[in-house]
Design a protein around this ligand. Structure first.
Ligand code: NAI
Length: 415
């Protein structure tokens, strides 16, 4: 078997973590059970470019149970858990991912999974799809799936300019993905990453969240719960107003730069904090990013303006500026929850990855009807996923009466 990982000897440790995560994934378990019986992916190579985590390992095994031949490479150079990569290889699933790999190795690994001529590709950030539309146009695939907001934005841009040549299922757009993974998953794990890297007490700190979308709302809410004084920076007036009515201070980036102790970017946009902001920050300000790419902070300018750099803790770098101020950067400005912690807990990845598995099945079953455009999974899938998850949490679901169904579909009954 062809693979490229860092530490095969960690397979035992990885297997334990994969098993632990699997215990918190009841929805994926139910998909897996049906897959075992029906084998809907039989004989299809599925190439995934996802964060190599214990939750992803459970998805890979579910795909294999559905009859697929899964392969995995990393969707971020810093998010690979080397023990999980080793556990998957020991399971017979090829992985091409090494934590901390450079850009050249990252793309070598993307090409390695594509060399297996996949029928379906799975992305988190659209890197596989981008290579399929540039250097590897020779490959024909049934379709692709996309996990995150930034990837969906890239793929919609491809559809808009007529470049897109394969059907894509935007898994991020399923309600049981973005309402839970982005909100609760990013909310908790982003703070987890910052806390692991700094061991700070968040209570009483001025914590700036840049971007109040699905992820930013979760980060702000969780930071508030830990006693931080949350400040929100937004460009969308509706979301900025929502933040204000949720009880947070809303400021421009300039104002927030001077006030903040900790800064978290989560916009999916480029250079939302730049040198003009770093110039206003307090000595000891901490920067972290939880948006998909490491472009939200203008790090090239920070590095150019600093007189020295040193590692002060694991996943924490300190930049010394000419005026003596120190700016701290968590996890190189890459996804802080995956770089400095373990990513989202299995409890939410359960739903995201059930949607991924069902999206692969959807592409294969409907392959003759699908066109090169962006699809979302049918609402019934969201309802199935949330019903199983709710049941696992011990929640009961109320049912409409016949009378209520008739009332809701009629118009005659008024005051
Ligand atoms: P979203 O589109 O719901 O929210 C982004 C928000 O940022 C929007 O409200 C937008 O108006 C705002 N924004 C854009 N430019 C801005 C600027 N210059 N200043 C202030 N606000 C600005 O997107 P979502 O789902 O919250 O995702 C955000 C990013 O996080 C994406 O890159 C996504 O791929 C990534 N993501 C990361 C995860 C993680 O594990 N860390 C998990 C899920 C998504």
């Amino acid at each position: 078997m062809n693979y490229d990982i860092a530490k095969p000897e960690l397979a035992g440790d990885g297997a334990l973590r994969v098993e632990w995560a699997g215990r918190r994934m009841p929805v994926l378990d139910s998909v897996r059970e049906r897959f075992r019986a029906e084998r809907p992916l039989d004989g299809h190579v599925v190439a995934a470019c996802l964060h190599v985590t214990a939750e992803t390992a459970n998805l890979m095994m579910a795909l294999r149970d559905g009859g697929a031949e899964p392969l995995l490479c990393a969707s971020n150079p810093l998010s690979t858990q080397d023990d999980v990569a080793a556990a998957l290889v020991a399971e017979g699933i090829p992985v091409f991912a090494i934590r901390g790999e450079d850009s050249e190795t990252y793309y070598k690994h993307i090409n390695a999974v594509l060399d297996h001529k996949p029928a379906v590709t799975m992305d988190d950030g659209a890197d596989l799809a981008t290579v399929l539309h540039t250097d590897r146009r020779d490959l024909e695939v049934i379709g692709s799936t996309e996990e995150t907001t930034t990837g969906v934005i890239r793929l919609r841009a491809m559809a808009a300019d007529g470049t897109l040549r394969v059907p894509v299922v935007a898994v991020n757009d399923s309600a049981t993905k973005h309402l839970f993974d982005n909100h609760f998953g990013t909310g908790q794990s982003t703070l987890d990453g910052i806390i692991r890297a700094t061991n700070l007490l968040l209570a009483g700190q001025n914590l700036v969240v840049v971007g109040y979308g699905d992820c930013g709302r979760g980060v702000a809410d969780r930071a508030d719960g830990l006693g931080a004084k949350v400040i929100v920076v937004e460009v969308d007036p509706v979301r900025a107003l929502e933040a204000a009515m949720d009880g947070f201070r809303v400021m421009t980036a300039d104002e927030a730069a001077a006030a903040g102790d900790i800064f978290i970017t989560v916009t999916g946009n480029k250079h939302v904090l730049r040198m003009e902001h770093f110039d206003r920050m307090k000595d000891g300000a901490i920067l972290a990013n939880s948006g998909h790419f490491d472009i939200e902070l203008d790090l090239a300018s920070l590095r150019a303006a600093s007189t020295s750099r040193r590692d002060v803790r694991n996943n924490l770098e300190e930049y010394l500026l000419e005026d003596g101020r120190r700016i701290l950067l968590v996890a190189e400005g890459r996804l802080v929850n995956l770089g400095a912690a373990e990513g989202h807990p299995a409890d939410v990845m359960d739903m995201s990855f059930s949607n991924q598995a069902l999206a692969a099945e959807y592409l294969i079953i409907n392959r003759d009807e699908l066109e090169p455009k962006i699809y979302t999974l049918p609402r019934e899938i969201d309802e199935q996923v949330s019903s199983i998850k709710l049941e696992s949490l011990g929640g009961g679901l109320e049912k409409l009466t016949e009378d209520q169904i008739a009332y809701l579909s009629g118009w005659q009954e008024g005051t």
